[in-house]
Structure formats: structure tokens, C-alpha cells
Design a protein around this ligand. Sequence first.
Ligand SMILES: [Zn+2]
Length: 257
Amino acid sequence: MLRETLKVMLDVQELDIQMIRLTRLKRERVTELERIRSLRDDLHHQVVLKESEVIELKKQVKVMEGEMTEIGAKAQKLEAQQSTVRKVEEFNALTHEISSLERERAAKEQRLSGYYDKLSAEEDFLKNLKSSFESTKTNCDQTEQEIKASIEAINKEGQEIMVSRSAAALKANKEILPIYEKLLQNKKDRVIVPIENRCCSGCHIVVTAQHENLVRKGEKLVFCEHCSRIHYWHEHLNLQEEAKEGVPAKRRRKSAG
Ligand SMILES: [Zn+2]
């Protein structure tokens, strides 16, 4: 009777284990999806940032070019003025002013040349960044589609498992089911396990002969003293003589037959 009850529970358990695996898989895939999206978004953010830096740099260059033109025009004007003056003092004063403008212009030119270098380097960097973003985006988009499809498949499989699980649970013993479910929630692993070679196959700790006999009789639920899992008896797993000798071939033949 208990044997049959546990058999039904084992069906429920297998479906629950499938569901746990599927949930883990889905979580992994969702994490992967988030990682891919953030990778793509980060790179895009870098491109946007660099673009605005380049635009800003171009603006500064333009302003400086304007200033250079202005200084040049000013100097030209002074030179024209110089050719009309008569007094030496005025002439010298203008010479002084013109050479000061030239110095200013030379300094600005040097700074501007630095800006040109910087702009060209930044533009190269932006170009590389963009092309790296494009290829990453292509890869990410493709991987994203694959992951999305795989998540859809997981959802579909999950729904099917849930349907089978509901059907299996209907057949389950109403007292044992909640006990089992609570254990499962704690362990996230099989909680109805066989005794195998005198050991709980959940926690692998040796059980007493008395405990084993109780399980073997199958008159009431027996819990592992160490891990609280429910034990059941499975004849094939307890061919002790063979296990001690370690003859897998013989064992296989027996379980197949
Ligand atoms: Zn145990």
C-alpha cells in the first residue's frame, strides 16, 4: 500500500525535479540575456559619449580658428595703418602691437595644432568604437534571439510539466503530498530517496539495520535521521553482495533482467 503510494509520489517528484532543473536553466538564460543586453548598452553608451566629446572638441576647434582669423585680420589692419603713419613713435608702437599679436597667434596656433591632433585621435577612436559596437551588436542581437527562443521553449516545456504534475498530484496521497512538498522546498532536490547499500542516497550517511528493516517493511513513512528525506526500498539497489565485490557487469545484467 505505502509502496504504491510512494510510487505515485515518485512520479510527482520526477516532474518536480524536471521543473526545478528547468527553472534553473531559465534563470541562467535570463541572466545571460541581461548580460548580453548590458554589454551592448554599455558599448552604445560609450559610442554616444565619445560622439558628444568629438562634437565638443570640434566646437572648440572652430572657436579657436575664428580667434586666429580675428587676430590675423587685426594684424593686417595694423600693418595697413603702419604704412600710413609718419611718426617714428607711432610706427614703433604699431610694430610692438603687431609682434604681440603675432606671438598671440603663434601661441594659439600651437594650441590649435594640439587640438587637431587630439581631434584626429578621438575621431579614430570613435570610428573603432563604432565598428566594435556594430559587430558586438550583430552578435548580441543574434544571441539574444537564440536565448529568447530557448526561453520560449523552456516556458512551453514548463507548462507541459505543470499539466502532468497537476494530474500526477491528483493521484497522490493527500497527507504525504504536503510533507513531501515542504521537504522539496527546503532541499530543492529529490526528497523521496532509496536506501542504497545501507546508505541514505540523499545524504549518503549510513542508516541502522533497524531503520533499514522499517523501510523494507513499508508500513509507515520513514524519514532519514540525518537529512529528513523520506526513504523507500528498492530491491535492485540493495544487492549487497555484489556491491561489496564491486561487480558492475553482473549488477547490470540483473537489473536489465
Ligand atoms: Zn539522508
